[in-house]
Design a protein around this ligand. Structure first.
Ligand code: DTR
Length: 340
C-alpha cells in the first residue's frame, strides 16, 4: 500500500514537471510599479527631470518598471519628502535640501558662496561631494540623483540697484541662499517655492532669490519686473528612493538606475542652464522685465559682505565634528575640475 502511494506521488511529480515544461508561452510578469513624489508643479524643472527619468527607466528596463509620477505635492510635500520616502509613503521622492538646512549639512555646503558658475557644474560638484562623504543622513535611502539650480538672482517688484535698496527688503529664500540675503542686509523670508506664488500675490514678500527659470515657470515675471544679477549661490536637490523598495529590485533594474545616476544629474544641470536663458528671453521680451547689472564698484561691496560666510560655516560645521575645511577645499577643487 505504502509502495503504491509512493509511486502515485512520483507519477504526479513527473506529470507536473512535464506540464510546466510543455506549458505554452510563460505568463508575462506584472511590471514593477514605483511611485515618484515631487513638491512643485509639473512644468517646473524638478518635475521635468522626473519625467525624463521615468521615460529613460521605462525604456531601458523595456517596460519591466513603470513609474507613476506625482507632481505638485499630491503625494508628498516639500518638507516631508525625505521622511515620507523613508516611511514608504512614496517609493521615490525629489527634495530641495535648502528646506532642511540642519539635516543636510554636508551637501548644503555647495550653497556656500564658492563660485559655482552654472547648474551643470553645480550638479557634478554636488554628486561627487555626496559620493565622497556619504553623509549618514542618507543612510536610510538609495540616492538616485543629485543636482543643483543655476546660481541665484534677485527677482523683485521694486528695483534693487544698491545695497541700500536691499536693506530690510522682504525676499523669499531658503537655506544657504537665505543666509546670503541676510549678509547683504535684506530680510530673508523662508518658505518652500510653491508657497511663494501666494506670498507674492498677498504682498508678504516683495520678491525672491532663486535661479531665474522660475520667472517663466511660475510666471513671476508678471509681478517681478526687476531682476538684479548677482549670480550667487545655487540650491541643491536630491532624488532618493525607499531602501526596502531598492533592495527588492532585480539586479538588472538596479543596474539601470545606477547607470542613470550621474547622467541624470548632469542632464538636469544642462536642462536648467538652457531653460534659464529661455525664461529670461521671454521675461525681457514679452514681460518687459528690466535686468539690472551691478557696477564693478557696487559688486565689490556686495562681495565683501559675503567674505565671512564660509568662515562662519566652517566654524559651525567643525563644532559638529565635520571635516569642514576639507569639504570646502573639495568643493573648490571640484568647481575647478568641472568648470574647465
Ligand atoms: N528656489 C529654490 C530652488 C528652486 C529653483 N527653481 C525651482 C522650481 C521649483 C521648486 C524649487 C525651485 C527652492 O525653493 O528650493
Amino acid at each position: 500500500m505504502r509502495h503504491k502511494f509512493g509511486i502515485m506521488i512520483l507519477v504526479v511529480f513527473v506529470l507536473s514537471l512535464l506540464c510546466t515544461g510543455f506549458s505554452p508561452a510563460p505568463v508575462l510578469a506584472e511590471p514593477i510599479k514605483l511611485s515618484y513624489a515631487n513638491f512643485p508643479p509639473a512644468p517646473t524643472f524638478p518635475c521635468v527631470q522626473m519625467e525624463r527619468w521615468k521615460t529613460e527607466v521605462e525604456k531601458r528596463t523595456k517596460g519591466k518598471v513603470v513609474v507613476n509620477t506625482f507632481p505638485g505635492g499630491t503625494l508628498l510635500g516639500a518638507k516631508n519628502m525625505m521622511d515620507g520616502v523613508i516611511a514608504g509613503q512614496a517609493d521615490i521622492g525629489n527634495l530641495s535640501m535648502a528646506y532642511q538646512p540642519g539635516r543636510f549639512i554636508v551637501t548644503n555646503a555647495t550653497s556656500l558662496p564658492l563660485g559655482i558658475p552654472n547648474a551643470r557644474v553645480g550638479s557634478l560638484v554636488l554628486w561627487d561631494l555626496w559620493e565622497k562623504y556619504q553623509p549618514d543622513t542618507f543612510a536610510k535611502v538609495k540616492v538616485l540623483a543629485m543636482f543643483t539650480t543655476a546660481p541665484t538672482n534677485i527677482m523683485s517688484k521694486v528695483p534693487v540697484r544698491t545695497l541700500d535698496d536691499l536693506k530690510g527688503l522682504d525676499l523669499r529664500a531658503s537655506g544657504g541662499a537665505a543666509q546670503i540675503l541676510g549678509a547683504w542686509g535684506a530680510n530673508p523670508v523662508g518658505m518652500p517655492m510653491p508657497a511663494t506664488v501666494e506670498a507674492l500675490q498677498k504682498g508678504v514678500v516683495k520678491g525672491l532669490f532663486s535661479s531665474l527659470e522660475v520667472m517663466k515657470d511660475f510666471k513671476f515675471a508678471e509681478s517681478c519686473k526687476y531682476v538684479t544679477k548677482t549670480d550667487t549661490v545655487i540650491y541643491p536637490f536630491a532624488v532618493v528612493m525607499n531602501m526596502d523598495k531598492w533592495n527588492a529590485l532585480p539586479k538588472d533594474v538596479q543596474s539601470v538606475f545606477d547607470d542613470l545616476r550621474v547622467e541624470q544629474s548632469e542632464w538636469t544641470g544642462n536642462y536648467m542652464d538652457d531653460h534659464v536663458k529661455k525664461a529670461m528671453e521671454w521675461s525681457v521680451e514679452s514681460q518687459k522685465v528690466e535686468v539690472i547689472e551691478l557696477s564693478a564698484a557696487e559688486k565689490a561691496k556686495w562681495d565683501a559682505k559675503l567674505a565671512p560666510v564660509t568662515a562662519e560655516w566652517i566654524e559651525k560645521a567643525k563644532a559638529k565634528g565635520l571635516p569642514a575645511e576639507a569639504i570646502v577645499a573639495d568643493i573648490k577643487a571640484l568647481i575647478n575640475k568641472y568648470a574647465k
